[in-house]
Design a protein around this ligand. Structure first.
Ligand code: 8X3
Length: 256
């Protein structure tokens, strides 16, 4: 396998059966990495794993289930134990209603999916990276963590948490050779919107209609870039948007 001492060899991808996750798995399989693929749907996980000829270890659990998460991490086989790239990709948005109309259960689920589970898995994997003085955590943030938008409320907030957690990790990891990146994609055409709108295909399709969004492969190319940078280089944050996406003015309330 080509590369240098920092090139990842064993990659754990959470939410690997999702849009970004599948593209990450393919990119790092192409690089020759061993893969630990997490998902919560056995059929999808099996189908994904079957695509690769690198060694694959599958982990089937609901990311919000603490006991199952810790049990599966403890059961990672010795051959896959030297994880040197963790891609915290699992997560997502639920709903786009106004804050005062949104489902409060969706809010709690988003916090669990995007933040609680991410810190739990990070805390379980990080000591090994520090001990081996080799590792990289790529957290999948979002432009939503940088710019609020109507209906974004908790999704924007959970992604802002991921950004600040990533940066704070860097502070603690000084001198360990462990790298951390917050990768922040904007609009990308994946099943993200179908999940946000709970299976309403018309609403999901409308998000991507008549424009050019990022693809999962674009985001995977960015992940591959940050993971294979020269050893002395840490990309702290990488924010990516489709060229078609930009900024709007701040809203101003007008009377009458
Ligand atoms: C997804 C980007 O703009 O749909 O993380 O919130 S956006």
């Amino acid at each position: 396998m080509a590369g240098n001492a920092y090139t990842p060899r064993c990659v754990l991808i959470t939410g690997a059966t999702g849009g970004f996750g599948q593209a990450f798995a393919k990119s790092f399989a192409d690089l020759g990495c061993k893969l630990i693929l997490h998902g919560r749907n056995a059929e999808k996980l099996d189908a994904l794993a079957a695509q690769f000829d690198v060694p694959v270890h599958k982990m089937l659990f609901d990311i919000t289930d603490k006991d199952a998460t810790l049990k599966e991490i403890a059961a990672i086989p010795q051959d896959f134990a030297d994880i040197d790239l963790l891609i915290n990709n699992a997560g997502g948005a639920l709903g786009l209603d106004k804050a005062y109309e949104a489902d409060p259960d969706d809010w709690e689920t988003m916090i669990e999916m995007n933040d609680t589970s991410l810190v739990r898995i990070t805390r379980a994997i990080l000591p090994g990276m520090v001990e081996r003085k080799k590792g990289h955590i790529i957290n999948i943030g979002s432009t939503a963590g940088n710019y609020p938008y109507p209906g974004g409320h908790v999704y924007c907030a959970v992604k802002a948490f991921v950004k600040q957690f990533s940066l704070a990790l860097r502070a603690d990891l000084a001198g360990t050779n462990v790298r951390v990146t917050n990768l922040e994609p904007g609009q990308a055409e994946t099943p993200f919107s179908l999940a946000r709108f709970k299976g309403d295909k018309d609403k999901a399709d409308a998000v991507y209609a008549n424009t050019t969004s990022l693809t999962a492969e674009d985001v995977a190319a960015a992940a591959l870039f940050v993971a294979t940078c020269p050893p002395h280089m840490n990309v702290n944050r990488m924010e990516i948007m489709p060229t078609t996406q930009s900024f709007g003015p701040l809203a101003v309330e007008r009377y009458g």
